[in-house]
Design a protein around this ligand. Structure first.
Ligand code: CU
Length: 102
């Protein structure tokens, strides 16, 4: 009886892990000015499942915070291409591992 409860708990934890919000960082090639930043901001502000967008021209990076129903990496890449930029690298960070730098 106790064992079954433990198993159920593990299952819930495993599911929470899979469905949890993520932080996704995308290195983007082709950002050159404030209008580029604006355009990427708008692209992701409209995307379902994205709760926060940060675009850094200096770092040439887009950082997204997603909800549990995160958009797929393919969808994110395609959105960047559609906006006229090239995604060069995508890094998915689990929430626990995010280093709060500011
Ligand atoms: Cu520009």
């Amino acid at each position: 009886m106790k064992k079954g409860l433990l198993l159920a708990l593990f299952a819930i934890l495993a599911f929470a892990q899979l469905a949890s919000a993520k932080t996704i960082e995308i290195d983007v090639h082709g950002m050159t000015c404030a209008l580029c930043v604006d355009s990427l901001n708008r692209t992701f502000a409209e995307m379902a499942g994205v709760s926060k967008v940060e675009v850094s021209m200096k770092m040439k990076k887009v950082r997204l915070e997603t909800e549990a129903e995160s958009p797929s990496i393919e969808k994110i890449k395609q959105a960047i291409l559609n906006a006229g930029f090239t995604p060069t690298k995508v890094t998915v960070l689990a929430d626990e591992n995010v280093n709060q730098s500011h």
